[in-house]
Each structure stands twice: as structure tokens, then as C-alpha cells.
Ligand binder design. Structure first.
Ligand SMILES: Cc1ncc(COP(=O)(O)O)c(C=O)c1O
Length: 479
């Protein structure tokens, strides 16, 4: 039974050889019988696919048969509302017809062309990105994803400043290539050390668990900036090329910067001649109701890195938006970096379509509205009802519910970096969500709420209700 969702139909999923017609090409697509197809997918995966961040023998990836809008489904007929937008990249949802069509059309015209040639969709996407960036940002360097965007932003900062060191926050993730994983503060860095030796970490603001014992957001801002300045001075200001910050820390907690913090970072960077790199890989392109999240806070950085939401990950794409001052350095000096697939036409065509959909469907306004009118009040109610909820925070369609054993002591429901039995209460909560058809994003002692930006309002409400009920599991574990 098709269901209306944000202007395009969601097909009821097809099982057991149900022939279906592809809506764009009118070609009948016959699927393998569900059980046989599932067995094949599982066998090929277990036999041959080496998965990210995993002990290979200890995982059991769910075979996925399809997806549409805010939902995806397995081969057994279980459908899930995707409350994590895959890896917080699927901003326009599964199988958005405009994006699919743009990729198909581009594949029929010119499927690929090397980066040193000029190409229409590559140029158009770069121009559109520059148009929504602050004044003084005209150039875009395209990469394959977020890690290499950060890697190349750091390279630019190092070349322009002729300095080497980079500062980043402990609570951060910046990607999995050598410099990006060294910049990363979270435990994914540990087994990759030593990496890029010219990185030092500092504490960013986190009002709920202040590293500075502050008692208000204003105090948190002031003390976090004092700490950052001390770090700069003690690390040697003249050695520091860049400070990289996730504008809103993503996987490590949905940490929204308190008022004045980013303005203070801007001032410190200006004072010491340091390049500010805003990592917008997770929060850019509408996640918090802005093209770039820093636009909700005022000051502009020197380099902006992006990926994920630029085309919802339909074809891998990332990049660096470069301020004119930095871009000018490379007017007559060659930039020593490049990638075979930089500005891939299929990826860029999906990016151009993303802009068209955002503008036509008012996606930014929608996200701001749903965040303020639906998500925030629902989470505040959950915080009142559930003793295990210590804090809720976020913006737009990007929120975290932080779980504790005790609201007074704020002891986390599960320890930092918990796994196995230590992480059982959060695993049980996730399982409760899945049983009711919601695929949640959980990390350490938190549940994040990050659905596709096109989610229908009643689906959003339904998913939040499921999380609300699943929090009973956390309450029981905390008691
Ligand atoms: C803030 C941030 N930066 C960088 C990355 C790395 O992006 P990618 O996985 O595309 O390399 C991620 C990925 O989750 C991210 O969340």
C-alpha cells in the first residue's frame, strides 16, 4: 500500500518474487524470492565483505532489501524508520526521485570525467555551494568524503601558514585517514596511534559535563575559551596552523556550542594567525536548519569541510570550501593534492539536485520548524517522565538524549566507550526501538535523534513515541 511521504510515494515493500516496476524507467524489476535472496546476501557478506570498525567474526549485518523516504526494510518484511539517517548522511531520505533521476540522467550524458577538465555539473555545484557560503568564499575543492576533506583542509592550512601543528577537541570525530584519525579525539584514534604527530587535543565546551566546573553556559564559554588560549600558548602559538572543530560535535554527543564560544574561537584564531577549519561533514546541508551549522552562531571560519548531506551520500562526495584569502595563496603556487574522483559528475549531479530539492521544498525551514515544534518538546517531556534521562540537547533534526544511572551524580548509564555486557542497557534500549520499527542511533550512553530531513511529521511523532516507550528499558537498568 503506497503511503504519501513528503511529496513522493513510498512503495509497500516487495517480497517473494513480487515483480515491481521502477517508477523512473518503467522497467519491470523482478526480485529474487525473499528467503533465497536474503540467504545469498548474507552468505556473500559473511564470506567476503570486510566491515568497518569491527571484529569480523563477531558481527551479523542485517541484509537490507530496500528503502524509500525515511524507511528501509529487510527481506523478512520488517520495516524500520531510519532515525539515524544511515550514518547521519541520508538527509533527503532513501531513493529520493529527484536525486535518483539526476544520477540516471548524468550517467546517460557523461558518467565520469577526470578532475583537470571543466565539467558543467561540477562547476554548477561549486557555484551553488559558494552561493550559500559566507561572503568571501568562492572556491570549492571536491574530495571523496569527509576524512579526505579534513585531510586537505589541514594541508591547505599548513601550506598557507607554514606551520604544522593542528588543535582539535577530545570529543570529536574527523575521519579515518592518517591526519583525520589523529585529529579525532574519540577512542577510534587509540589503535591508530602514532599517526600524525603534529596534533594536540583540548576540551571543548560541554555544559552538562563541564571540564571546567562551570555552572552556566556563559561561564562554560568563558572557561572553555581560556583553556583553549592556554593550550595555544603552551603548545606554541607560532607552531599552530589550524584549529579544527565540528561546529556541533556529532557522534560524540550533539554538543551545541554555548553562546559566544565560536566568536571566541574566531578571535583567538585572528589573534594568533591560526586557520579555523569548521568540520561541517555531519551538520552541514540542513541537518540543523542551515546550509552550514556555523551560520546559526554568527562568525565564519576560514575553511569549511563538508560531505554526507551534500548529496545524501548517493554517490561519495565531500569537499573544502575555501576562503578567498587562502584560495589566493594557490593562485600562483600549485596546490599539492588531488584525487582521481574529485568532483565526480554523478556525485555532483546528485549535489545539484539536492540544492533544487532544498530550495523547492523549503527543507531548511522545515527542519527548523520540526525541530522546535515537534522534537524539542517531545524530548523535554521524555526528560520529565524518565529518571534515566539526564540531559536532552540539540538543534533542528539533530538531538541527543543522554542517559544516566542517577540524575544527581550524573553517572552515565554505561561507562565511556562501553562494549559487550557493559553496554547492555543501551543495546537493550536499541533492541526495544527496533522491535517497534525504529532504527535508532546509539553511541555510548546516548540515543541520538537524526531522521531524514524529509520525514513525514506523523512518522517523526511515531518514532519519538517509540523512543519514549523504549526509555522504560533504560529506566529499569538505572534503577
Ligand atoms: C564530523 C565528521 N567529520 C568527518 C567524518 C568522516 O567522513 P567520511 O566517513 O565521509 O570520511 C565524519 C563521519 O562520520 C564526521 O561525522
Amino acid at each position: 500500500m503506497p503511503v504519501e511521504l513528503s511529496g513522493h510515494a513510498v512503495r509497500a515493500h516487495f517480497l517473494e518474487g513480487d515483480p515491481m516496476t521502477d517508477t523512473l524507467t518503467s522497467t519491470p524489476v523482478v526480485r529474487l524470492p525473499g528467503a533465497a535472496a536474503e540467504a545469498r546476501v548474507r552468505a556473500d557478506d559473511r564470506g567476503h565483505v570486510f566491515h568497518s570498525w569491527s571484529a569480523q567474526a563477531l558481527i551479523d549485518p542485517l541484509p537490507i532489501a530496500g528503502g524509500e523516504g525515511a524507511a528501509f526494510w529487510d527481506y523478512e518484511g520488517n520495516s524500520y524508520l531510519d532515525f539515524s539517517s544511515q550514518l547521519v548522511n541520508l538527509n533527503l531520505g532513501h531513493q529520493h526521485p529527484d536525486l535518483v533521476e539526476a544520477i540516471q540522467r548524468q550517467a546517460g550524458r557523461l558518467a565520469t570525467i577526470q578532475p583537470s577538465m571543466a565539467n558543467d555539473v561540477r562547476g554548477e555545484l561549486a557555484r551553488r555551494i559558494a552561493d550559500v557560503s559566507p561572503e568571501g568564499f568562492e572556491k570549492v575543492f571536491f574530495t571523496n568524503g569527509g576524512a579526505d576533506a579534513n585531510e586537505n583542509a589541514v594541508r591547505m592550512a599548513r601550506l598557507v601558514t607554514r606551520r604544522r601543528k593542528v588543535l582539535s577537541a577530545y570529543r570529536s570525530y574527523h575521519g579515518n585517514t592518517t591526519t583525520a584519525i589523529s585529529l579525532t579525539g574519540d577512542p577510534r584514534r587509540w589503535p591508530n596511534e602514532p599517526g600524525d604527530g603534529s596534533v594536540a587535543h583540548f576540551f571543548g565546551p560541554y555544559a552538562y559535563r563541564s571540564a571546567f566546573h562551570s555552572s552556566s553556559p556563559e561561564e562554560e564559554t568563558q572557561r572553555a575559551l581560556e583553556h583553549l588560549e592556554q593550550t595555544i600558548v603552551l603548545e606554541g602559538a607560532s607552531t599552530i596552523a589550524a584549529i579544527i572543530l565540528e561546529t556541533i560535535v556529532g557522534t560524540n554527543g550533539v554538543l551545541v556550542p554555548p553562546p559566544g564560544y565560536l566568536a571566541g574561537v574566531r578571535m583567538l584564531c585572528d589573534k594568533y594567525g591560526i586557520v579555523w577549519i569548521a568540520d561541517e561533514v555531519m551538520v552541514g546541508f540542513g541537518r540543523v536548519g542551515e546550509w552550514f551549522a556555523f551560520q546559526a552562531f554568527g562568525p565564519a571560519p576560514d575553511l569549511i569541510t563538508f560531505a554526507k548531506g551534500v548529496n545524501s551520500g548517493y554517490v561519495p562526495l565531500g569537499g573544502v570550501v575555501i576562503s578567498d584569502r587562502i584560495a589566493a595563496h594557490f593562485d600562483t603556487v600549485s596546490f599539492p593534492g588531488g584525487l582521481t574522483y574529485s568532483g565526480h559528475p554523478l556525485a555532483c549531479a546528485a549535489g545539484v539536485a539536492t540544492f533544487e530539492v532544498f530550495e523547492r521544498d523549503g527543507i531548511l525551514e522545515r527542519v527548523r520548524d520540526l525541530g522546535a515544534r515537534v522534537v524539542e518538546p517531545a524530548l523535554r517531556r521524555m526528560a520529565e517522565r524518565h529518571p534515566s534521562v539526564g540531559d536532552v540537547r540539540g538543534l533542528g533534526l539533530f538531538w541527543a538524549i543522554e542517559l544516566v544511572r542517577d540524575r544527581e551524580t550524573r553517572e552515565p548509564l554505561v561507562p565511556f566507550n562501553a562494549s559487550g555486557t557493559d553496554a547492555a542497557p543501551v543495546a537493550a534500549l536499541a533492541a526495544a526501538c527496533k522491535r517497534e520499527g525504529v532504527w535508532p542511533f546509539t553511541h555510548f550512553n546516548r540515543v541520538h535523534v537524526a531522521p531524514p530531513l524529509v520525514i513525514a511529521e506523523d512518522d517523526l511523532v511515531r518514532g519519538l513515541d517509540v523512543i519514549d516507550r523504549a526509555l522504560d528499558v533504560a529506566d529499569a537498568a538505572a534503577a
